[in-house]
Ligand binder design. Structure first.
Ligand code: RFL
Ligand code: PHB
Length: 391
């Protein structure tokens, strides 16, 4: 088999990249380790920046997004029992759209399969070869047969635990990492959202986040210990804890409850590998960097990476120039580090460490007072949350 760009991974990064390339007349093959159901059912992100929505629209894949996506012009921060609204539209002129990553992935997969473009699920033993030559290749096993995909370039879109980053020889990458002493316990419940917008609550008991997926489905999170056992959280304990953390001093919030149909614990980590390129291998999305979920950025930065990569590849195939490819890593990393800072900032502002130092607690409260009272600080928060321009 031969193609122009071999893509490893059918998460948001790989799927967006394949479609962006196709629009430029560039062929690709996507190899995905898991089966289609697993990929489409994996519950993850829910917040799309305007740039991600615009990318779906440019690809003409925003039909369902326009019908079902919930446009949010603000979000709330709750602390010391008082709710504060950050009016993104007024502060920075932008909004976010709540639309599950599962739906994004499903829309892109449906489209790719409907036009008969190559996307192979359950590709096992994926291995990369000749990355530092002009003729890289990918070997894998599919439907019991060993296969080889020869290509001009390899896009490593296989997430944090994938093989692409690990295929780069030792000594090439510099990595930066921070593991936080928290995890998020997340649920999906058949319950109407209790508020029109997201609420990030900072409490003495730890963070709680009120989010949603649709007018009938709530998505809620609790800060828990990194080694927390899900078994220790029967539904009633989860609801009691959410009620306690989301309650307000004047009682202007009531939590809607319903049947919990999804439950999971996610550890929190910041990670960046530099550069995002080795020879003809280009890393994109979680394969190169991950952020804690507090800033709602992981999916969005994955999409901005692959927009950069598709532009660089289009330039290469159009004019033979390697300038875009040579600048890819640096261009991506500028945005990656802004997003890293914002995600770390949100994480430290909104979580409660197990034995919080009183000095740090005062600093945290001062920071919350500042972003909810200063116009300048609120503009900064709003523009980062809604998403800064790609360059
Ligand atoms: P993905 O989605 O992990 O996809 C990688 C794909 O590669 C496949 N794969 C392989 N395929 C072939 N061979 C191999 N050897 C392979 N190894 C792995 C995997 O099966 C998978 O299909 O990475 P990608 O595309 O870079 O996308 C990144 C996003 O998924 C991620 O950043 C976000 O989900 C993060 N995130 C959020 N991001 C946001 O922008 N907004 C949010 O509100 C938000 N909330 C979240 C989140 C992530 C969470 N979790 C569970 C980590 C909330 C949570 C709870
Ligand atoms: C979500 O709806 O899943 C969500 C929202 C905001 C975040 C993280 C996750 O910061």
């Amino acid at each position: 088999m031969r193609t122009q760009v071999g893509i490893v991974g059918a998460g948001p990064a790989g799927l967006f990249l394949a479609e962006l390339l196709r629009r430029e007349g560039i062929e690709s093959v996507i190899l995905e380790a898991r089966d289609r159901e697993y990929v489409q059912q994996r519950v993850r992100a829910g917040v799309l920046e305007q740039g991600t929505v615009d990318c779906m629209a440019r690809l003409g894949l925003d039909g369902r997004l326009r019908r079902e996506g919930l446009v949010h012009e603000g979000f709330e921060i709750l602390y010391e029992g008082v709710r504060h609204r950050i009016d993104m539209r007024a502060l920075c002129g932008r909004a976010i759209t709540v639309y599950g990553q599962q739906k994004v992935v499903e829309d892109l997969i449906d489209h790719r399969l409907s036009i008969g473009a190559p996307l192979l699920f359950e590709a096992a033993d994926v291995a990369l070869h000749g990355l530092d030559t002009d003729a890289p290749s990918i070997t894998f096993t599919h439907e019991g047969r060993a296969q080889e995909l020869r290509c001009d370039f390899v896009a490593g879109c296989d997430g944090f635990h994938g093989i692409s980053r690990r295929s780069i020889p030792d000594g090439v990458l510099t990595t930066y990492e921070r593991v936080y002493p928290y995890a998020w316990l997340g649920i999906l419940a058949h319950a109407a959202p209790s508020n029109d917008e997201l609420i990030y609550a900072r409490t003495e008991r730890g963070l709680a986040l009120h989010s949603m997926r649709s007018p009938e489905i709530s998505r809620l999170y609790l800060q828990v210990a990194p080694d927390e056992d899900l078994e220790a959280w029967p539904d009633e304990r989860i609801w009691a804890e959410l009620r306690a953390r989301l309650q307000t001093a004047d009682g202007d919030f009531t939590l809607n409850e319903g049947e919990i149909f999804e439950k999971g614990i996610t550890p929190m980590r910041s990670f960046v590998a530099e550069p995002m390129r080795y020879g003809r291998l280009f890393l994109a999305g979680d394969a190169a960097h991950i952020v804690p979920p507090t800033g709602a950025k992981g999916l969005n930065v994955a999409v901005s990476d692959v927009q950069n990569l598709s532009e660089a590849l289009a330039e290469y195939y159009g004019s033979g120039s390697t300038a875009g490819l040579d600048g890819y890593s640096e261009r991506c990393l500028r945005r990656v580090w802004r997003v890293q800072h914002f995600s770390w900032f949100m994480t430290q502002m909104l979580h409660r460490p197990a034995d919080q130092d009183p000095f740090e607690e005062r600093l945290q409260r001062s920071q919350l007072d500042y972003v909810t009272s200063s116009h300048a600080a609120a503009v900064s928060l709003a523009e980062n949350y809604a998403g800064l321009p790609r360059d």
